[in-house]
Design a protein around this ligand. Structure first.
Ligand SMILES: [Zn+2]
Ligand SMILES: [Zn+2]
Length: 71
């Protein structure tokens, strides 16, 4: 499993922050990108199972806002 740059076609823009995870945006840990993909649980590029970490991301943001900002 490796990145074939197909994910770039589906890459999600970070400007959609508010509804990021509610629009079928998923995280591929292999390609290290957020992609818009609703046609399955696997990355169309590398085949890795995509992560949907809505609660985790919200929690992390809350934690980050309390302490120092890590980008
Ligand atoms: Zn990829
Ligand atoms: Zn991928």
């Amino acid at each position: 499993m490796s990145c074939k740059n197909i994910c770039i076609e589906y890459k999600a823009k970070k400007s959609f922050h508010a509804s990021f995870y509610e629009n079928g945006v998923r995280r591929c840990t292999e390609c290290e990108v957020f992609i818009r993909w609703n046609n399955g649980s696997r990355c169309p590029c590398c085949g890795t199972v995509l992560r949907i970490k809505t609660h985790d991301a919200k929690l992390r943001r809350r934690l980050l806002s309390k302490s120092k900002t890590v980008s």
